[in-house]
Design a protein around this ligand. Structure first.
Ligand code: 5RP
Length: 249
C-alpha cells in the first residue's frame, strides 16, 4: 500500500521482512512441514522473527530450519524455530525454500551477498533449495554488479597474498575486511578471512565483470573458499520501496 510519508531504509527492511512471510503463506508457498533455509542480516532476521510468530500462533507447524550463520541460529533459538544442519537426516541435503537478504541486485536478479560475511553458508544453503526468495530495500537495486559494493571473497588466511595477486590479475582491487568489535581482520563463522574486491567501472559507467563467469573464475583460485556472486539459483525478489509498496520480480 502506498504511503504519503517516505519510508526510511530501516522501515523498508521491516516492511519487506514481514510482507514476504505473509505473501508466501497466503499463496501456500510456505507450508507446515517445510524445510526452510534462513538467511543472515538485518532484513532476513525480520523475516525469521515473523516466521516464528506464525509458528507461535499455530498457523505453521513442523517447520525445520537451516541457519546460515551464528546470528540466524541464535535468532532461531531465541524464537523457538527448530534448527538442523543441511547434513541431518531430517533435511537430507535439500530445502524447499530459502529466504535471505542481498547487498546488490542487478536487473537479471544476479546478486552480491556477503556484507555480513555469511555468504559461504548462505550459498551452500541457497544453492540447495528449490525456491530462493530474496528480500531487500530499494537501495539494493543496481544497474550492474562489481563496481560499487565490493565482492566479498572468503579465503583461507594462509592464502591471502597469492589470492590478492590473482584477483589483481582479474582486474580487481582488494581490501582485507577489518573487524568492528576486535582489532584486526574479520574472522568468519568458518574461521576464515574476507577480501572485499572491487572493479573500476568502464568509461560508460558499466561494469567490466560478467557475474556468472566471474563467480566461477574466482572460485578456481587456490585458497578461495567461496565468493559473494550469486547467479546460479535465480531468486524471486521482493523489494520494498520508500512509497510503502513491495514489488516482486
Ligand atoms: C550477509 C548477507 C546479507 O543478506 C546482506 O549483507 C544484506 O544485509 P542487510 O539485510 O542487513 O542489508 O549477505 O552475508
Amino acid at each position: 500500500m502506498k504511503t504519503e510519508k517516505k519510508l526510511s531504509q530501516k522501515e523498508q527492511k521491516a516492511l519487506v521482512g514481514k510482507a514476504v512471510i505473509d505473501r508466501l503463506f497466503e499463496r501456500g508457498l510456505i507450508k507446515s512441514g517445510m524445510k526452510i533455509g534462513l538467511g543472515t542480516g538485518s532484513t532476513a532476521i525480520i523475516a525469521v522473527e515473523h516466521l516464528a510468530s506464525y509458528i507461535r500462533d499455530g498457523k505453521l507447524s513442523d517447520v525445520k530450519a537451516v541457519a546460515t550463520s551464528f546470528q540466524t541460529h541464535i535468532t532461531c533459538e531465541e524464537n523457538g524455530i527448530p534448527v538442523y544442519t543441511l547434513n541431518s537426516k531430517e533435511i537430507a541435503g535439500k530445502l524447499d525454500l530459502s529466504i535471505d537478504g542481498a547487498d546488490e541486485i542487478d536487473p537479471d536478479n544476479n546478486l552480491i551477498k556477503g556484507g555480513g560475511a555469511a555468504h559461504v553458508q548462505e550459498k551452500i544453503v541457497e544453492y540447495n533449495t528449490k525456491r530462493l526468495v530474496i528480500i531487500a530495500d530499494e537501495s539494493k537495486l543496481v544497474p550492474h554488479l562489481g563496481t560499487k559494493f565490493p565482492l566479498p571473497v572468503e579465503i583461507i588466511p594462509a592464502s591471502r597474498g597469492p589470492v590478492v595477486r590473482e584477483m589483481e590479475k582479474l582486474g580487481a582491487s582488494c581490501i582485507l575486511r577489518s573487524c568492528a568489535g576486535k582489532d584486526g581482520p574479520v574472522v568468519t563463522d568458518n574461521g576464515n578471512q574476507i577480501l572485499d574486491c572491487t572493479w573500476q567501472a568502464l568509461p560508460d559507467g558499466s561494469s567490466p565483470v560478467n557475474p556468472a563467469k566471474m563467480e566461477d573464475r574466482v572460485n578456481k583460485i587456490t585458497g578461495v573458499v567461496e565468493n559473494g556472486f550469486f547467479t546460479k539459483n535465480k531468486p524471486l525478489v521482493f523489494i520494498a520501496h520508500a512509497d510503502g509498496t513491495v514489488e516482486e520480480r
